[in-house]
Design a protein around this ligand. Structure first.
Ligand code: NAD
Length: 256
């Protein structure tokens, strides 16, 4: 019997993380989701159980990824439950880039943003590395096109995502050849239908038309790339940042 692969996804109870989880579950993976939002986690488990019956492929645990002991314990629990670990997807973040004006941004908020996204990506890698080495597994870190370009009042978010791009190539050097590490940098991805209590956001024609590909991104645009990057087909790809933004970071934006 073929052994089913196992992924650990942070911040996977909603949004892109949940979309990645669904995508992998539909392709035979078993998935451990950790998320600070316990209610979102319960809703996700319940909706999965409603369509798939009692889940034996999906675990959801309430974990604050800024807490090293909690991260270490949840990775150990995942390996205990599923037997091994093949992929870590570092997706958790305070996903709102706009954290206020630079002169008014508190040091506490700065640390919260960096700890949730950047530091947690270090913590999961630290505690998952020996498991991933055993399976020849892989790590994908969710960065952002905001690692490469900015609007005002986004310093903490941009710094966390720029840090993730650098952390990704550093870890690729340290953890190779057994473990590959890549970053995915989404542009604008519509996640409104995958939010706790969420209703699909209505997007305007202009929202779509400004993108060189003619539309805002879907969660599966990200999930499909993540699934490829953690597969054997991506065996020659490591240390890279893969931008998935419908071409927006390649568009000249000077006003005439
Ligand atoms: P989201 O807010 O829907 O999902 C983030 C999840 O992380 C939430 O479920 C939240 O509860 C969880 N989380 C927050 N703090 C946590 C903590 N301390 N411990 C554990 N879980 C925690 O956001 P999203 O839009 O789905 O974004 C997912 C990832 O993609 C993020 O890294 C985000 O920065 C990145 N991204 C998203 C977009 C986009 O357009 N949606 C664009 C660029 C990058």
């Amino acid at each position: 019997m073929m052994t089913r692969k196992v992924a650990y996804i942070t911040g996977g109870a909603q949004g892109i993380g949940r979309g990645i989880s669904d995508y992998l579950l539909a392709r035979g993976w078993r998935v451990a989701v950790v998320d600070i939002d316990a209610r979102a986690g319960e809703q996700y488990l319940a909706s999965h159980a409603a369509t798939h019956g009692e889940p034996d492929s999906l675990r959801v645990e309430a974990v604050d990824v800024r807490n090293e002991d909690a991260v270490a314990a949840s990775i150990a629990a995942t390996c205990q439950a599923f037997g091994h670990l093949d992929a870590v997807i570092n997706n958790a973040a305070i996903a709102d880039p706009f954290q206020g004006k630079l002169e008014e941004l508190s040091l506490e908020r700065w640390h919260q943003v960096l700890d949730t996204s950047l530091t947690s990506s270090f913590l999961t890698a630290k505690h998952a590395a020996h498991h991933l080495r055993e399976t020849g597994g892989s790590i994908v870190n969710l960065a952002s096109s905001r690692a490469l370009q900015s609007e005002p009042d986004t310093e903490a978010y941009a710094a966390s995502k720029g840090g993730i791009v650098a952390l990704t190539h550093a870890m690729a050097m340290s953890l190779g050849p057994e473990i590959r590490v890549n970053a995915v940098s989404p542009g604008w991805i519509d996640v409104s239908h995958l939010q706790k209590d969420g209703e699909a956001e209505s997007l305007s024609d202009e929202d779509h038309a400004q993108h060189p590909v003619g539309r805002v991104g879907h969660v599966d645009d990200i999930a499909a790339l993540v699934a490829f990057l953690i597969s054997e087909k991506a065996g020659f790809i490591t240390g890279q940042n893969h931008v998935v933004d419908g071409g927006m970071t390649r568009k000249m934006v000077y006003v005439d």
